[in-house]
Write a protein that binds this ligand. Structure first.
Ligand code: ME8
Length: 524
């Protein structure tokens, strides 16, 4: 057993509609991180799930003429199927309608009440049903029609006036400012911390309404049955109820808490970096080590892809058409994790054609074809005594992947890690090109040089693919099987030069990635 532990979470998504590639983006990033940690020897707990209560879902179900539970059951089933297709290897899928979660959230609420952090009051103000969030007058967008709109999703806000219970967030504003100062690593990327300080903490925190009166589709408030617990208190608690808190603090909770990183979209950073740490502080629980707020996937017109806007890209059809590795690769390569990025079918196809079909796929095709022609598909021994500058340079570049990929991933720089790998793929292609094996093959005295080109290219390809196991879920298996090595290889062994045995028979197989006619595909 390893004592290296890693606990990572995604947001728990609202099953108000089928999920789109924005949700896939965060989930794939978390899954990639989990794969990276597992392959480097960590014991990983990876949590995802669905946030099923609240007024938004209640209204959706009403409109669909069904019950909230039947409504969410259907979306949850589709979500789990989608995660299966994308090979999302989560440890646990939490549903906030799970009995254990509901019971534990009530206990958490009771604890906060018993510790005098909750008091009864009256809520008068603006509420966004779509984001399930309260807003103060200064935060809202006021338009010419005289109405107030949500600063996050731009939907019209509703005025609410109701009895409710409040959580004393305001008592902890200064404490949190100090905590940020002492723990600059708590919130990433850096800009997010300034946003939180300037927009919320420095102007002064207000107490938070933590119950809703008369809302049926929520967890009943344990101290007043006419109220239900505010959906964000219910939702944030998932990160600890999934581990047993507060009922079973000795087992999973003790083992995996404090969480290593919560991946969340930038629009919900404030819940995770203000409400959540204060709740934990009130409960005397250590804070998560990091909250990381990633950017949004936008369309070419700059609009955010979102369920409430209805302008989404459906992931299943992309998987059907282009395969799971292409989609995973595109999302991790094209968009810098932490800032906004664009999606279009054209961008996706360009990446598939240039990076996957040309660079990575074609390299395999070239070297396996040559190995077939010159060595009957049997990998020859390398001959170090005839190494030249080209060989030394490529070998050195391949061996730097170790430090470069790991340090990029430790900072959640997925696209940087991939660009290091692609640099080596391109160098390997160049190495084959410049070594001109077709000329070496004509000269009997150059047999050792030819053997080196083959061995070095395959060794490089093997190490590259061993790293790509972090990002791809199908292609490495194909490559390893063609090398006669089974489905998975331990990165620790594979990354060493010499890890590929001479004498193995290598099968070329079908093209690893298909090339697309972009104009034909997008219909222009
Ligand atoms: O906010 N680009 O759920 P949600 C990138 N239930 N990421 C996107 C995206 C886009 N266009 N659209 C969605 C909720 N996401 C709450 C969370 S957690 C305790 C409760 C991703 O269904 C992104 O990670 O609205 C975002 O934060 C999340 O989906 C919001 O999902």
């Amino acid at each position: 057993m390893t004592d290296k532990k890693f606990y990572i979470t995604t947001p728990i998504y609202y099953p108000s509609d089928y999920l789109h590639i924005g949700h896939c983006y965060c989930t794939i990033a978390a899954d990639t991180m989990a794969r990276y940690k597992r392959i480097t020897g960590y014991d990983v707990y990876f949590l995802t799930g669905t946030d099923e209560h609240g007024e938004k879902i209640e209204r959706k179900a009403e409109a669909a003429k069904t019950t909230p539970k039947a409504y969410v059951d259907n979306i949850v089933q589709a979500t789990k199927e989608l995660w299966k297709r994308l090979h999302i290897d989560y440890t646990h899928y939490i549903r906030t309608t799970d009995d254990y979660h509901e019971r534990r959230v009530q206990k958490i609420f009771q604890k906060l009440y018993d510790k005098n952090f909750i008091y009864k009051g009256l809520y008068k103000g603006l509420y966004c049903v779509s984001d399930e969030a309260f807003f103060t007058d200064s935060q809202v967008i006021k338009k010419e029609d005289g109405k107030c709109y949500c600063p996050d999703c731009e939907k019209e806000l509703e005025y609410k006036e109701e009895e409710c219970y409040y959580l004393k967030l305001s008592d902890y504003g200064q404490w949190l400012i100090d905590y940020y100062k002492e723990h600059p690593e708590f919130l990433g990327p850096k800009e997010r911390m300034n946003e939180m300080l300037n927009n919320f903490l420095l102007p002064g925190l207000e107490d938070l309404a933590v119950t809703r009166k008369g809302l049926k589709w929520g967890i009943p408030c344990p101290i007043n049955k006419e109220h239900s617990i505010y959906v964000w208190i219910d939702a944030l608690s998932n990160y600890i109820t999934a581990l047993g808190y507060p009922e079973e603090e000795d087992d999973l909770f003790k083992k995996y808490w404090a969480c290593d990183v919560h991946f969340v979209g930038k629009e919900i950073v404030r819940f995770h970096s203000i409400i959540w740490p204060i709740m934990l502080k009130m409960l005397d629980i250590p804070l998560p080590k990091k909250v990381f707020g990633h950017g949004w996937i936008l369309f070419d017109d700059g609009k955010k892809m979102s369920k409430s806007r209805g302008n989404v890209v459906e992931p299943n059809s992309l998987i059907d058409k282009y395969g799971v590795d292409s989609l995973r690769y595109f999302l991790m390569r094209e968009i810098t994790f932490g800032i906004d990025g664009y999606y279009s079918q054209e961008l996706l196809l360009k990446r598939i054609n240039s990076d996957l079909a040309n660079d990575y796929g074609n390299l395999w095709h070239r070297i396996t074809t040559m190995l077939g022609k010159y060595f009957n598909s049997i990998l020859p021994e390398e001959v170090e005594s005839v190494y030249g500058e080209r060989e030394r340079e490529l070998k050195k570049a391949v061996l730097t992947l170790d430090a470069n990929v790991e340090s990029a991933l430790d900072d959640f720089k997925f696209n940087e890690a991939l660009s290091y790998i692609w640099e080596v793929i391109r160098m390997t292609n160049k190495y084959v090109e410049e070594s001109a094996p077709w000329n070496l093959a004509k000269d009997e005295t150059k047999k050792d040089y030819l053997a080196n080109v083959m061995y070095i290219s395959f060794q490089s390809y093997y190490i590259i693919t061993a790293y790509l196991q972090i990002f791809f879920v199908e292609t490495p298996k194909k490559v390893f099987n063609r090398l006669g090595l089974g489905d998975n290889v331990p990165l620790e062994d594979a990354k060493k030069w010499g890890s590929l045995n001479a004498g193995i028979k290598i099968e070329r197989g079908e093209a690893l990635f298909k090339r697309y006619d972009i104009e034909e595909e997008i219909g222009i």
